[in-house]
Design a protein around this ligand. Structure first.
Ligand code: C2E
Ligand code: CA
Ligand code: CA
Length: 715
């Protein structure tokens, strides 16, 4: 802006080359618009002309100030005199093209007026400086503003806290000393950088999301984490405000950040103290377990949660047997140690999500949530009994404690927390009455059922080791040709006290406990070995059918296992057929189809067992990689011409034909049934009509007896 005015000045000077009063007045008129005062100094006679506006700037009327240099020079602020005259002389001496100086002049009222003084010297034809002409601009207002800003900037620079300004895009425009102290970066490292570089990423993102709020309100306060140059993180309280231009348009942001790391630390400490106090109020000092108050709270919560999600939970009430004796005879210190060991053992036995609490003395409770099966709690109870039975060594004493456990179940026994606790307690007393070291459900039937299951589960594990399982083989016969075409392997348990057990008595439990995987694997291995041995002898046992449980099919190792077994026994894949039920396949059809496909690819056949009892649609049946349908026994029992079952069996036969599947009927006992099947096109038959499932030795006899074996029904 100064250059523009300089050009103006040039024009003014040229215009006034010829001293012409009229021109001067015109000039003044022109200057009036700019609000500047005019001065015209005749150097030769030292007279000077001051325009009315010149005098007005200093508060004087036109006739109140005489036209002499002193009217100006006497009013200059003592601090400015020297420099002002120096600048004048430089121009007069020709050192500068223009004269320009800012100085203060005393106003009539006594205060100082800031003047921007500009002018230019003129020479006469002899080259002597004869005249100087110029203008005065009142810049007091600008100057005070400037000073104010300079002041503020100085203050900002000096404050200990960080003050950073940016443009609207977040590019850093200013960076004070406090910012350097806080973050370790110098201003020159940060100017022009984006502000995001000093924030922790997620904090910047959170802040960025609130920029609209800042724009709306003009101010925004928050706590953010900034990252120092050395990578440390500082907590700061940040006040952001919008910078606006004189027209109130936002032009940038200024952030004022105070280090609150220390405050945060103190707050945290207080918080920890508070938490500790709370912990003390809700926990048992000896074992650190939840105390009765917290336990009651958790029990209420468990009820709420189970109600909401329709789930089951069990509440255990555990009391140590003979704890009082130990406490009385060996002292409290030993008793305390014992309780600690018991706590550790219990904690190691339960899941993390179960709540273990100590109600006082030697009474513990456990809330076991999300039970899939109410009876599963019996397995845990048994485990706890075993764990607590182990001897405990304290100070050279070897202590034997056992425990009595009472169990109540939500929602079976009650849906009220208080009642559940009462019932578990009552059940615990019954356990004591039953001779200690046992568990009892609140309802007596539950206890019996659980015990039976437990006994079965443990003895089943034992049975595998002791070789108590046996396989019976049931022949499958081509009724037309009257020859053996294969056999189904069926497992039995030769129980040491209960005699030969049918699979219906132990398979459901084996499924539940997962033992079925081991058991089925054993059956498959044993049967394959057996049949392979017969083949090796030159006999013709036909195709071996093995039943497959759902769990087995789901097992990731299953395919590998089948393959391995077949290979190690030198068993041809086409000698093997696996039986699955519709239900097993339809639970997870995609998975099952993939697995069965893999089995099929090995050359092993797949048969749909109990066919007709499930809900397979024709469409899904077509997608299954199967070879055989096995008509369920329930349709065979009453099968005859004209009956409903007869119609169903005919339909199944037609279906198998259209899908090009093999067929076999199971559970055939009578000649009538056999004839019906033969007449209608199902010639493969398995059932008591030909043979019950029998020992391998009996099969061996059949195989060696020759082909007339199945000419007539079994006895
Ligand atoms: P399933 O696969 O349907 O086996 C046929 C069942 O019908 C066998 O009972 C067999 O003894 C019986 N049965 C055969 N012919 C006749 C007959 O003419 N009349 C009558 N009333 N019954 C006959 P079992 O051996 O008690 O097996 C029952 C079920 O247990 C089997 O049904 C099968 O689902 C399962 N199972 C047997 N062994 C195993 C095995 O090793 N693994 C797996 N996962 N399941 C097996
Ligand atoms: Ca079967
Ligand atoms: Ca069957």
């Amino acid at each position: 802006m100064y250059t523009d005015q300089r050009d103006d000045l040039d024009e003014v000077t040229t215009a006034l080359e010829a001293i012409n009063q009229e021109l001067k007045e015109r000039m003044e008129l022109a200057l009036l618009g700019t609000n500047d005062g005019l001065w015209d100094w005749n150097i030769l006679d030292n007279s000077v002309y001051f325009s009315p506006r010149w005098k007005e700037i200093l508060g004087f009327g036109d006739d109140e100030l005489s036209n002499e240099v002193a009217s100006w020079s006497d009013r200059i602020h003592p601090d400015d005199v020297e420099e002002t005259w120096a600048d004048v002389h430089k121009n007069v001496n020709g050192e500068t093209e223009y004269y320009e100086n800012v100085h203060r002049l005393k106003h009539k009222a006594g205060h100082w007026v800031w003047i921007l003084d500009r002018g230019k010297v003129h020479y006469n034809e002899n080259g002597i400086a004869c005249r100087m002409l110029g203008t005065h601009t009142d810049i007091t207002e600008e100057k005070t503003m400037q000073l104010k800003y300079a002041h503020q900037a100085q203050i900002i620079e000096q404050v200990h806290d960080s003050v950073i300004s940016t443009d609207l895009d977040g590019v850093i425009l200013s960076w004070n000393k406090g910012s350097k102290t806080l973050l370790g970066y110098k201003a020159n490292e940060m100017l022009g950088q984006h502000i995001r570089s000093i924030y922790l990423k997620e904090d910047y993102e959170a802040l960025d999301n609130n920029i609209d709020l800042l724009k709306k309100r003009g101010k925004y306060r928050t706590v953010v984490r900034l990252v120092k140059k050395n990578g440390d993180i500082v907590y700061t309280e940040l006040s952001l405000s919008l910078l606006r231009d004189e027209k109130e348009n936002p032009i940038g942001m200024v952030g004022y950040a105070q280090d609150i790391t220390e405050r945060k630390r103190v707050e945290e400490e207080l918080h920890i103290q508070r938490v500790n106090l709370q912990h003390q109020a809700y926990h048992d000092a000896l074992t650190e377990l939840p105390n009765r108050t917290l336990f009651n709270d958790r029990l209420e919560q468990a009820v709420e949660k189970a109600k909401r999600n329709s789930t089951l939970f069990a509440l255990f009430f555990i009391d140590l047997d003979r704890f009082k004796q130990i406490n009385d005879s060996l002292g409290h210190a030993v008793g305390d140690e014992l309780l600690k060991v018991v706590t550790e053992r219990l904690q190691a036995t339960i899941r993390k999500e179960d709540t273990l609490a100590r109600l006082g003395g030697d009474e513990f409770t456990i809330i076991i949530e999300d039970l899939s099966n109410a009876q599963d709690s019996s397995i845990l109870a048994q485990k706890i009994l075993e764990v607590l039975q182990q001897p405990i060594e304290i100070d050279a004493h070897i202590l034997y404690v056992s425990s009595s456990i009472g169990i109540s179940l939500y929602p079976q026994d009650d849906t009220n927390a208080g009642n559940l606790l009462k019932y578990a307690d009552a059940a615990m007393y019954r356990a004591k009455e039953e001779g200690r070291n046992n568990f009892q459900f609140y309802s007596a039937e539950m206890t019996e059922l659980a015990l039976e299951r437990l006994v079965m589960t443990t003895s089943m594990r034992q049975a595998l080791k002791n070789d108590e399982f046996v396989i019976h083989y049931q022949p499958q016969v081509d009724a037309e040709k009257k020859v053996l075409i294969g056999m189904e392997a069926l497992v039995r348990w030769q129980h040491p006290t209960r005699g030969l057990l049918s699979p219906i008595h132990f398979l459901p439990l084996a499924e539940e406990t997962g033992m079925i995987i081991e058991l089925d694997h054993w059956v498959m291995r044993t049967a394959i070995k057996q049949v392979a041995a017969w083949y090796a002898e030159g006999l013709e046992p036909g195709v071996l059918s093995v039943n497959l449980s759902m769990k087995q099919l789901e097992h990731p190792d299953f395919i590998r296992l089948v393959q391995e077994t077949v290979e190690t026994c030198n068993f041809k894949p086409q000698w093997l057929k696996l039986e699955v039920t519709e239900g097993q396949v339809m639970q997870k059809p995609e998975e099952a189809i993939a697995k069965l496909g893999q089995i099929n690819a090995l050359g092993i056949g797949i048969s749909v067992d109990d066919f007709g009892t499930g809900y397979s649609s024709l469409a899904s049946l077509k997608r299954l990689p199967i070879n055989t349908l096995k008509i369920d026994r329930s349709f065979i029992i009453d099968v005859a011409e004209g009956t409903e079952d007869g119609a169903i069996v005919k339909a199944i036969i037609a279906l198998a034909k259209s899908l090009e599947l093999n067929l076999i009927a199971e559970g055939v006992e009578t000649t009538l049934q056999k004839e019906f099947l033969l007449t209608n096109g199902c010639k493969n038959i398995q059932g008591y009509y030909y043979s019950r499932p029998v020992h391998g030795a009996d099969i061996y006899a059949m195989l060696t007896n020759g082909p007339e074996q199945f000419a007539s029904p079994s006895a």
